[in-house]
Every structure is written in structure tokens, then in C-alpha cells.
Write a protein that binds this ligand. Structure first.
Ligand code: FAD
Length: 381
């Protein structure tokens, strides 16, 4: 039996988006800031392995780390194009390297926080095994291991995407006119769109995104991007500076929020990825902030997190089913929403920050027969 090396108040498994966000909120809260905290990750996390985009009305917890924010976004479909004013929201771009750098700065500044570079192998009750040791805590916050509880009625898709940061010799982009979704590309491999985030007139992130059941061949994303940039955008002379690839589960299958009394799941493992859009970063913030508020009040960490927004779970399931059934082209769903409603109503709904009146406006905007059929299948499986 491995010897238990140390006891901690909290162990955080994974120093990615949710692990470091939780650390940020723990250290910002007077009642938890001096707890003994261990963070374990198998990677030093010093590369820019992802770019987080999200929208917020107010300044968020990581405002000073943002690379850029916008108050207007383009939406394009075969039927409608608009540069939308998204007030009161702002669309924000955070590069993961800046976020990891900030998190590792926090670890260095706080003597009560330890970082361990190791691989987690098992967790059970109040213990964690890594390849090199065993550790114990009052609470273990896990973002590294998870399994879906798949029921026959569950809908699953994958959101998969490849992005290139490119630099061009000549000015090609308007940094104030990002493209949130451009559906004017072939839809043969599933719901597909392009995303263009210009950071300067000569530098932009261009991402090819699909919602579908299976991934493409590995090279297909690059072939598409190369063709799109050179033929559709007409940019011949460019250099790829960075690449990112991601797969986000879009599923209404249940993820257990905890494993026993002491192990709490966070991040994607804690169900923070929104099934219908894959957006996760904002939900991680709400969830981690709630956990820390609960700890400060000596309540169970998950108090109030499960019953927060059950109606959105149903909406997500209906949306996933419409996408999966493919009775209507997927782009028409977003087209209906953005062409018929103010962007703030759509963004508020997708951010799970909407009330009955906005929900009714959303229901009225979408294709009613397709959504009603999907709703019936979800309610009476
Ligand atoms: C390329 C990409 C782009 C994305 N863009 C957006 C976006 O624009 N907006 C948005 O809202 N969401 C986005 N997401 C989704 C989501 O926000 C991210 O996946 C987010 O990083 C999830 O946070 P997390 O803490 O759950 O997981 P992660 O950030 O992946 O952190 C998990 C950590 O666990 C570590 N780890 C894994 N296994 C082990 C192990 N066995 N032992 C020790 N450590 C381990 C990993 O090294 C990692 O650091 C994106 C995802 C990807 C992949």
C-alpha cells in the first residue's frame, strides 16, 4: 500500500480552465484563501493550446487577461447577413497561454498552494493516486476523469474544430468586424461554419467548426482551411503562426457531478459544457464561483448547482435532437434566431440568462413543426 504523503484541505485535479478558475475564486474568497491546496496536472500548460471565446455583460474575473473584445459580430448564412450590435454583451477572446500564466503566477505567490506535475491514475473516497504518490483531502475537485451515464434516449454529437492563427503581409482584416458564424460553406459533413476573429489588420484566428456524429479525416480540416483562406477569402500570401484543434462533447447524457462525498467534478467533467453549443468557459465561471461561495458558508460545495436551470437542459436536448434528426438544415436554426430576434435575446438565451418572455420569443422564432416533434420525442421518449 502506497504511503499517504500529505493531507490537504482541497486537491484540484487538472490545472486547465476549471482547475485554475476554481483556484482563482478560492484565493479571492477570505474564508478559503489560506486553505492548503494541491493542484495536480500531467502537463506544465505553457502552450496556447486553446482560445476561449464567450460573451458577458459586465467585466469578468479575467478581464485584464483578454486579448480582445468586440461589441459587434457578423452572422452570415445563405439567406441572411448582418453585422450585429450585441450590446449589452461583449464578445471576449482569452488565449489559454495567458490564462495558464496567470494561474501559475497565483500558485507561486501563495505558499499554501502547491503544484504537482504528475499523472492522476485513480481517485477514491478522499484519496487520489498519481503515478508517483497518494494524496488526501477534505474535498477533491476533479476535472480530469469522467464518464457519461448514457441512457437510450440520450442525444450525442461532437463539436469538432480546427483553427489557424494566420499572419498576412498585406492588410486583410478589419479588427472591429469579427465573424461569429458563417454558414455559407458546404454542409455535407454536418452543421458546418467558419469563425473569423481578426486581432489586427494582418492577424486573425480562422476556425472551421462542425457539429456531427463523427470526426473528419485528420487532414480534412487543414485542406478545408487552406482552400477557404486562399480561394474564398482570396488571401494567397499568409503564414500559419499557431494551430488549435478541439473536440467538445455535445450531449444530453448525464455526467455525475460527484463521486461520493468528497469528490466533486468540475469543468467539462462536471457538466459545464453546454450541450447545444459547446460553450463552456462562462459556465465554468458560474459553477466554480458557486462552489467557493458554498465552501465559505460551510455548505456542501454543490449546494444549489443542480436545480439552477432545469429548463435549459430540456431546451438543449430538444435542440440536439433537431440537429441530429436533420429534418431541417442546421444553419436555418441559427438563421431563424439571428434574423428574427435581437442578438442580445439569442445570446442571453444561449448563456442561460433568459426569462419566460425571451424564451417564448425564441420558441416563436424557430421552425415550430421540427422543434415540436423533437420536444415530444424528448418528453415522451
Ligand atoms: C481547442 C479548444 C477550444 C475551445 N474553445 C472554447 C471557447 O471558445 N469557448 C468555450 O466556452 N469553450 C471552449 N472550449 C471548451 C472548454 O472551454 C475547454 O475544453 C476547457 O478547457 C474545459 O475546461 P476543463 O477544466 O474541463 O478541462 P481542461 O481545460 O482540458 O483541463 C483539464 C486538465 O487536466 C489535465 N489532465 C488530464 N488528464 C490528466 C491526468 N490523468 N492526470 C493529470 N492531469 C490530467 C490536462 O492536462 C488539463 O490541463 C474549447 C475547447 C478546446 C479543446
Amino acid at each position: 500500500m502506497t504511503e499517504i504523503k500529505k493531507d490537504y484541505d482541497y486537491i484540484i485535479l487538472g490545472a486547465g480552465a476549471s482547475g485554475l478558475s476554481l483556484l482563482h475564486y478560492l484565493l479571492a474568497e477570505p474564508k478559503t484563501r489560506s486553505k492548503k491546496i494541491l493542484l495536480i496536472d500531467q502537463s506544465e500548460k505553457n502552450a496556447n493550446d486553446r482560445t476561449w471565446c464567450f460573451w458577458e455583460k459586465e467585466a469578468g474575473a479575467f478581464e485584464s487577461l483578454l486579448t480582445k473584445k468586440w461589441s459587434r459580430l457578423y452572422f452570415h448564412s445563405p439567406a441572411f447577413s448582418k453585422l450585429m450590435d450585441i450590446g449589452p454583451y461583449q464578445y471576449k477572446l482569452l488565449r489559454s497561454r495567458d490564462f495558464y500564466h496567470y494561474g501559475h503566477g497565483l500558485i507561486k505567490e501563495h505558499a499554501n498552494v502547491t503544484f504537482l506535475l504528475d499523472k492522476v491514475t485513480v481517485m477514491d473516497k478522499d484519496r487520489v493516486n498519481t503515478e508517483n504518490g497518494q494524496y488526501k483531502a477534505s474535498y477533491i475537485f476533479n476535472s480530469v476523469m469522467y464518464a457519461f451515464d448514457i441512457k437510450p434516449s440520450s442525444s450525442h454529437l461532437l463539436q469538432h474544430f480546427k483553427g489557424w492563427y494566420i499572419s498576412t503581409k498585406e492588410e486583410q482584416f478589419n479588427p472591429e468586424k469579427p465573424v461569429m458564424m458563417d454558414f455559407r460553406i458546404p454542409q455535407t459533413d454536418g452543421c458546418s461554419f467558419i469563425y473569423i476573429l481578426p486581432l489586427s489588420p494582418t492577424y486573425a484566428l480562422i476556425e472551421y467548426t462542425l457539429f456531427s456524429e463523427t470526426l473528419l479525416e485528420k487532414d480534412a480540416y487543414d485542406v478545408f482551411l487552406q482552400n477557404y483562406i486562399s480561394k474564398e477569402m482570396g488571401i494567397k500570401d499568409f503564414e500559419i503562426k499557431e494551430r488549435e484543434f478541439g473536440i467538445i462533447p455535445m450531449s444530453n447524457a448525464k455526467l455525475a457531478k460527484r463521486k461520493g462525498k468528497h469528490i466533486i467534478n468540475i469543468g467539462t467533467a462536471g457538466g459545464n459544457s453546454k450541450p447545444s453549443t459547446g460553450y463552456t468557459f462562462r459556465f465554468i465561471q458560474k459553477y466554480c464561483q458557486t462552489i467557493v461561495n458554498n465552501l465559505a458558508l460551510h455548505r456542501d460545495p454543490l449546494h444549489g448547482t443542480t436545480s439552477l436551470i432545469p429548463k435549459f437542459k430540456l431546451f438543449d436536448s430538444i435542440f440536439l435532437r433537431v440537429l441530429k434528426d436533420q429534418k431541417i438544415p442546421a444553419w436555418t436554426i441559427f438563421n431563424d434566431l439571428f434574423s428574427k430576434l435581437p442578438p442580445s435575446v439569442v445570446l442571453g438565451f444561449l448563456d442561460e440568462d433568459s426569462h419566460l418572455w425571451s424564451d417564448l420569443r425564441i420558441m416563436n422564432a424557430v421552425n415550430k413543426p421540427a422543434f415540436l416533434k423533437a420536444a415530444l420525442k424528448e418528453i415522451i421518449p
